[in-house]
Design a protein. Structure first.
Length: 186
C-alpha cells in the first residue's frame, strides 16, 4: 500500500518526494512508513523493485483474446509493453535523477539478474502464446519471432531526439517487412 502510493509521487516529484507526502497519499501516519521500511532509501528501493515487476503486464498479455487478428493481438501487446516500459523508466529515472544509484556487487544483484532473466522468459512466453494461433503461416519459428518482436519494442523505439514510431507501424513492419513492393527492392 505504501509503495503503491509512493510510485506516482516518485514519478511526479522524483526522489525529493517526502515521506509525509507518501504517508498522506497512503492514508497513514508518517511513522507507519518507518515501521515498514528502515529508511527512505529502503522505500525507494522497494519502489524501483515494484516498477520492475512485470506480473501485471503478463496478466494483461494473457488477457489478449486469441481470436483477434494477429496484427490486433500484437498491437495490444506492444501497447501494454510500451506502457510498462514508460512507467518503469519514469520511476527509475526519478530515482537516478536525484543521484541515487543502487549499490552494486552484492548478493542482491545476482538475485535481480535471475529475476530479470525469469521476467524476460515469461514475457517471451506470453508473446509466443499470442503468435501460436498463426504458427503455420509464419516464416520463422514463433520462438524466434517473439525475441525479434520484443527487441523491436525494448530499445526505445527510434533514434534519440527523433519522433517516436507508432506502435501500429512497428507491428506492420514486423508483420510485413520494410519492402512495400517486392519488385522495387532489387
Amino acid at each position: 500500500m505504501i509503495v503503491a502510493a509512493a510510485l506516482p509521487l516518485l514519478v511526479e516529484h522524483g526522489a525529493a518526494v517526502s515521506t509525509l507526502q507518501i504517508a498522506k497519499a497512503a492514508g497513514i501516519g508518517e511513522a507507519t512508513i518507518f515501521r515498514a521500511f528502515a529508511d527512505k532509501d529502503e522505500l525507494l528501493d522497494a519502489c524501483v523493485a515494484a516498477a520492475l515487476r512485470n506480473d501485471h503486464v503478463l496478466a494483461e498479455l494473457d488477457a489478449v483474446p486469441l481470436d483477434q487478428p494477429l496484427a490486433a493481438r500484437l498491437a495490444e501487446a506492444a501497447a501494454t509493453l510500451h506502457a510498462y516500459l514508460t512507467r518503469m523508466g519514469a520511476v527509475i529515472g526519478a530515482v537516478q535523477a536525484a543521484g541515487r544509484r543502487r549499490e552494486r556487487g552484492g548478493a542482491g544483484d545476482r538475485s535481480a539478474t535471475g529475476d530479470r532473466a525469469n521476467a524476460t522468459e515469461r514475457t517471451q512466453q506470453a508473446v509466443i502464446r499470442l503468435l501460436e494461433p498463426d504458427r503455420a503461416g509464419l516464416r520463422l519459428p514463433i520462438e524466434e519471432l517473439a525475441v525479434i518482436f520484443l527487441a523491436m519494442l525494448f530499445p526505445g523505439r527510434g533514434a534519440s531526439g527523433g519522433t517516436e514510431t507508432r506502435i501500429e507501424t512497428l507491428v506492420d513492419v514486423f508483420l510485413h517487412g520494410v519492402v512495400g513492393n517486392p519488385a522495387s527492392a532489387s
